[in-house]
Ligand binder design. Structure first.
Ligand code: UDP
Length: 417
């Protein structure tokens, strides 16, 4: 039988490598906090090692934790052959973000059964690693908490916006969440009032400046790479990097682009979204977007997974959009801001924690406003540059991996006290 859980191999990364990006004070705090945690063992469990924000966070967080002397591990829960599990967990995700609907009894049963089947595998892994702490990320592997022996501290790390959840879906997963020692959410507004406040932490996600995706490229390098990828660097480009997902509103992006192109001749739109393993819905949405764009030669749709291409597209854009209707945080926003781009973001809780409207980007709640913001930024490169510089400063100060890791170190210390 194929395994349900996979252990992902992860290396070590040194804090020294981040030195030029962070203040000395942060470095000192990280070193001091990690001192008391040497040899502590942590297992992170999520649902994919590739694609989507959580995988993006863990691929940087875990190696840095290891580099600081913490024995951190990564375990992934796989889907089933028929993709039923991830279809159901995507539905749970959508319901928790406020979509209408109900989980059928059969869906609940399959979700629980798949997790239960992984219990023996998890027990074996835990016996081998002997962790002090297990962190379960998001609802997919949530019921695995039932397989974790007493004595190991458990944390539930929820990455999505649950400020206005579907009550029935929330009630379904609540009994699992209440088993955790602590929970972590990405924004004070996601703090569930039914979980003890003193056991809830707020940790903002962060991006890794060392990744190829976030490396700052010179103008010449952007031009050269763009050409290599078949993109004309002299074009006026607007883009959105996102999974093809209804919450990311790709059709809304095309509509906003259609408004802006009336004022800006030759404007091009690039939508890039690789398909994540744990997101079967994306194929359907991609087809919808393709249909809507109707072979328009000025709209480029890309599904290739290529981090350098993501970087080049964001760097070459006159305006970057993230027109989400709900967003837990929105790493794509952080990534573009880091590259000195003023992002046009949907006015959601996650994006509003990064963008201050009119200062380092724009917060929009309609297609019309999104279209106007594109015209403003692409039509006025000076303004785009000024706001982009403010955007980069925001990320530098608040949203780089070391700052997020420090918050995790504090969390681990609290748990083991
Ligand atoms: N991403 C990517 N290629 C794509 C689309 C997305 O590498 O074609 C990455 C993106 O750069 C970001 C992550 O996937 O790091 C998405 O995280 P975000 O928090 O924006 O959204 P999520 O997918 O978790 O809802």
């Amino acid at each position: 039988m194929t395994k349900i859980l996979t252990e992902i191999k992860v290396g070590r990364n040194s804090l020294l490598k981040y030195e030029k990006f962070i203040k000395a004070d942060l470095r000192k705090k990280i070193l001091a906090e990690s001192e008391g945690l040497k040899g502590v063992s942590v297992v992170h469990i999520n649902s994919t090692a590739c694609g989507g924000g959580v995988a993006e966070l863990l691929q940087s967080q875990i190696p840095l934790e290891r580099g600081l002397g913490i024995d951190s591990h990564w375990v992934v829960i796989n889907g089933d052959k028929e993709d039923m599990f991830f279809t159901i967990t995507k539905k749970i995700h959508n319901l928790l973000q406020g979509e209408k609907g109900t989980l059928t009894e059969n869906e609940k049963k399959l979700y629980l059964r798949h997790n239960k089947r992984a219990f023996p595998e998890l027990k074996k892994i835990l016996k081998k690693i002997k962790p002090d702490i297990v962190v379960i990320h998001d609802p997919q592997p949530l019921p695995l908490v039932g397989a974790i022996p007493r004595g190991i501290k458990v944390v539930f790390r929820l990455h999505i916006d649950i400020s206005a959840p579907n009550a029935r879906a929330l009630n379904f997963i609540k009994p699992f969440i209440t088993e955790f020692n602590r929970i972590v959410v990405s924004n004070p507004l996601y703090r569930p009032e039914w979980f003890p406040k003193e056991k809830t932490d707020i940790i903002y996600p962060a991006i890794d400046p060392l990744l190829p995706k976030n490396k700052i490229l010179s103008r010449a390098a952007v031009r050269q790479l763009a050409k290599k990828y078949g993109i004309n660097p002299d074009d006026k480009i607007v883009s959105q990097v996102s999974r093809f997902d209804p919450w990311k509103d790709p059709v809304g992006v095309i509509k906003a682009f259609n408004i802006a192109r009336k004022k800006i001749a030759g404007l091009k739109l690039i939508l890039i979204g690789s398909v994540a393993d744990d997101d079967p819905e994306s194929k359907e949405i991609y087809a919808e977007v393709k249909d809507f764009s109707n072979g328009d030669p000025d709209i480029l749709l890309i599904t290739k997974k290529d981090n350098t291409l993501v970087n080049v597209i964001q760097s070459a854009s006159g305006a970057v959009l993230q027109k989400s209707l709900r967003e837990g945080f929105g790493l794509t926003v952080t990534e573009a801001m880091w590259k000195g781009k003023a992002v046009i973001g949907g006015d959601t809780i996650g994006i509003a924690s990064q963008i201050e409207d009119g200062k380092n980007g724009f917060l929009v709640s309609s297609i019309k406003r999104a279209g106007e913001a594109i015209i403003k930024l692409v039509g006025n490169p000076k303004l785009a540059k000024k706001m982009g510089a403010a955007a980069r400063k925001t990320v530098q100060e608040k949203f780089l991996t070391p700052a997020m890791v420090l918050e995790h170190l504090k969390l681990y210390s609290k748990l083991l006290k």
